[in-house]
Design a protein around this ligand. Structure first.
Ligand code: NDP
Length: 286
């Protein structure tokens, strides 16, 4: 078994991006800019947005966190996005989800300019991806595909467990575009363990700790574990586990991504790649 080391590959990706960031600064006299909108105080979201801001700054980008109170109205959030949309120094806009109750995420996600939509959640980017055209692609599935680089995906049976708009569905599109044969499973799928046993590549994006057992995995399969679940650990401390029972799976899989240190770091690195892509192509297209 070999580990799909997201920390290492994310560092390699950042090293690829760094000279492009420097070239952008040289050419345009400013840094590529990522603006993150955070509404409310959700502790996990506060940590995620800080990590994104810091990762962008560490790479030499400008990053600004826009914090709005939990009680912000739909109109206030939309107004902030509008001002970022029209600001030329803003290349990428990300609205941290989930939004507090009372806000409707759909019009908010759709308010972000398509060419600044570095999360790849806008319906136009989703549509372009499904058409196989150039798009800003959601960061987590994009990171998964980078983890698969160099491995043979073509014609392989891939089972993606999970059909969310942010992971499962775009993952299936990217795998199709890479010529895999794709099955998407979800909570209504029957015979999930048997289906998984037919998978040359198994992607678990469910949100249930260690849900996929070792006995579900075809010997020699490639396993990508997208799940991030906090569970009770020793001494009253919590720890992170994936959606796959790693200790069981590692004995059977040929490659497996660990949690933490697998898909997570790739997601943030791909956000930086999207921001740079947005910055470069917006200025070229003008
Ligand atoms: P969602 O809750 O939006 O989707 C979960 C999917 O899993 C749904 O399609 C659901 O099916 C399916 N599912 C739930 N229970 C079962 C079951 N018993 N059997 C089969 N399928 C099931 O989650 P996300 O896609 O947003 O996230 C999935 C996981 O990935 C989470 O742990 C999340 O924390 C993690 N994540 C990690 C990221 C990273 O950077 N590494 C980024 C984003 C997410 P149905 O549609 O029928 O309800």
């Amino acid at each position: 078994m070999a580990l799909l080391d997201g920390k290492l590959l994310a560092a390699e990706l950042r090293a690829e991006l760094a000279p492009r960031v420097a070239a952008f600064v040289q050419a345009h006299g400013r840094k590529p800019g990522l603006d993150v909108v955070l509404v409310g105080e959700d502790p996990a979201s506060v940590v995620y947005t800080r990590n994104k801001e810091k990762a962008a700054q560490d790479l030499g980008m400008r990053s600004t966190l826009h914090r709005l109170p939990k009680a912000a109205t739909q109109a206030e959030v939309l107004a902030r996005i509008e001002s970022l949309n029209s600001d030329d120094a803003v290349d990428g806009i990300l609205v941290q989800l989930p939004l507090p109750e009372g806000l409707d995420p759909t019009p908010i996600v759709e308010a972000v300019r398509v060419d600044k939509d570095v999360d790849g959640f806008h319906p136009v980017n989703v549509g372009l991806l499904s058409l196989g055209r150039n798009a800003l692609v959601a960061c987590t599935p994009q990171g998964c595909m980078r983890l698969l680089r160099g491995l043979d995906v073509r014609g392989k049976h891939t089972v993606v467990i999970g059909r969310s708009n942010i992971v499962g569905k775009p993952m299936a599109q990217l795998l199709l575009a890479a010529d895999a044969t794709v099955t998407v499973a979800h909570s209504k799928t029957r015979g999930l363990p048997e289906l998984c046993q037919t998978a040359d590549i198994l992607v678990a994006a469910i949100g249930r700790p260690e849900f996929v057992r070792g006995s579900w995995i075809k010997p020699g399969a490639i396993v990508l574990d997208v799940g991030i679940n906090r569970v009770d650990g020793e001494g009253g401390k919590s720890r992170l586990v994936g959606d796959v029972a790693f200790a069981e799976a590692e004995a059977i899989a040929s490659y497996i991504s660990p949690v933490p240190g697998g898909v997570g770091p790739m997601t943030i690195a791909c956000l930086l790649a999207n921001t740079l892509q947005a910055a470069e192509s917006r200025l070229v297209n003008r």
